[in-house]
Write a protein that binds this ligand. Structure first.
Ligand SMILES: C[S@@+](CC[C@H](N)C(=O)[O-])C[C@H]1O[C@@H](n2cnc3c(N)ncnc32)[C@H](O)[C@@H]1O
Length: 416
């Protein structure tokens, strides 16, 4: 259950929104609770004045005390106070997701020149803007927050998959939608949507999403998590795994397990299908199997760790295995200490990856520069002696920059 309290001098406007359509139904169902508080009720009688002239000249400013009393009146221990302001943090889907995890949001609407800065200073957990333009008051912005956040509350929107597929929910723009009739004014619905092949529909939708985002909003690709949009799988190959797991065993079991654990978690967060270790010797592969079973026993979160790891004796076998599995030649991204690297703009690489239908393989410390589709310079950007441990750091940086790690939380709290 989410509670919204809106502090506004124009309560009727807000009230009507909470009693209409999807939001109205959610209130009736008890999924949302709301109150609307008028600061005028907390202002000094007889005139109950809530605004006054700006010091130094200018228009009217909302007074601090009536707003403070109104907020104190509705405030619960879990409440977050949000002042709507064109100068605030810009609202986006990531921020909406974070706001939806709160229990009680108090939305304070400004008017005229704005709100007395001292109220903002003492009371606001966050100032929030709905866009780089100026409106006459905070009421519409408050309702935008209410609406966007409510859609993320379980049960408010009928089908949750619809919300999951919306623009920005997974990072890119939504695909186009069609309804009956199948031909309207001579324009036909794309054939694939009429045939009932769910796999083909999903592929078509993913491609349309990518194509739309590339043509309309290439800027949002920078921060998007790409794995859900890839046609084929994503893989990580760790080339000189022998250094860590080889016969010399110069890494103790504890350190080697930590290394496996880090490589697996990073790959999982990026949505990789496998971490492939190149290990020439049977004894090396045997040691890794033993370490994985130890990891499984000690860490419940890594119960399936052996499914994430594949071991092969050489890089050709790794590529061959991926090709066989994905029925498509892998697109090889090489990162290695020897790599001179083409100057690659990470965003360009993202766009390339999104536009193709091949599995993508990130190769670390493998001698594949010549055969790679693209070579990246050391992603950490500094020169130092690289080994298998820094290889794992490189994986993290390269995957984070290229693929992304899924949703990021936006902290709601005082940042001043
Ligand atoms: C005319 S505006 C004040 C603008 C203020 N003088 C400034 O330039 O930053 C009045 C009120 O409308 C609300 N408002 C206007 N534009 C907004 C936006 N883009 N996002 C959120 N709130 C906005 C705020 O509550 C603000 O206090």
């Amino acid at each position: 259950m989410m509670r919204f309290s809106v502090v506004t001098a124009f309560p009727d406007f807000i009230e009507s929104y909470f009693t209409t359509s999807i939001i109205g139904k959610a209130v009736q169902k008890g999924l949302l609770e709301y109150d609307v508080v008028n600061p005028r009720s907390f202002a000094e009688p007889p005139h109950n004045q809530i605004d006054d002239y700006a010091y130094g000249g200018g228009g009217m400013v909302l007074k601090a005390e009536p707003l403070a009393r109104a907020v104190d009146f509705v405030k619960s221990p879990d409440a977050k106070v949000i002042c709507l302001s064109p100068q605030g943090k810009l609202l986006n889907q990531a921020l909406v997701e974070s706001l939806a995890k709160e229990k009680h949001l108090i939305l304070v609407c400004g008017h005229y020149e704005g709100i007395d800065e001292r109220f903002v200073q003492l009371y606001a957990d966050m100032e929030l803007s709905v866009g780089d333009y100026v409106l006459t008051g905070g009421e519409l912005p408050a309702l935008i927050v209410v609406d966007a956040v409510s859609r993320r509350i379980e049960g408010v929107v009928g089908k949750s998959s619809a919300v999951e597929d919306d623009s920005f929910a997974k990072g890119l723009l939504d695909h186009p939608h069609y309804t009956r009739p199948s031909v309207w004014r001579g324009i036909e619905v794309p054939e694939v949507l009429l045939k009932g092949d769910h796999g083909a529909v999903a592929r078509w939708r993913r491609r349309e999403s990518v194509a739309r985002t590339l043509s309309r909003r290439p800027d949002i690709i920078k921060g998007a998590f790409l794995t859900p949009y890839l046609e084929k799988g994503l893989y990580v190959v760790l080339g000189d795994a022998s250094k860590a797991f080889g016969e010399d065993e110069h890494l103790s079991d504890d350190v080697a397990i930590k290394l496996l654990k880090n490589a697996i978690s990073i790959a999982q967060r990026a949505g990789c299908r496998k971490v492939i270790l190149i290990l020439k010797q049977v004894t090396e592969r045997h040691r890794v199997r033993h370490l994985l079973s130890k990891l499984k026993e000690t860490e419940p979160d890594f119960g399936n760790c052996d499914e994430m790891v594949k071991m092969v004796p050489d890089i050709a076998k790794a590529f061959g295995w991926i090709r066989e599995k994905e029925k498509e030649k892998p697109y090889v991204v090489a990162l290695s200490s020897e790599s001179k690297g083409n100057e690659v703009d990470w965003n360009e690489l993202k766009i390339k990856i999104l536009g193709m239908c091949r599995p993508v393989v990130f190769c670390f410390q493998c001698p594949v520069e010549r055969s790679a589709d693209v070579c990246l310079e050391n992603p950490l950007g500094v020169d130092y002696e690289r080994d298998i441990l820094s290889g794992v750091d490189s994986i993290a940086v390269a995957l984070e920059k290229t693929i992304g790690f899924g949703k990021k939380e936006v902290p709601i709290g005082r940042d001043r």
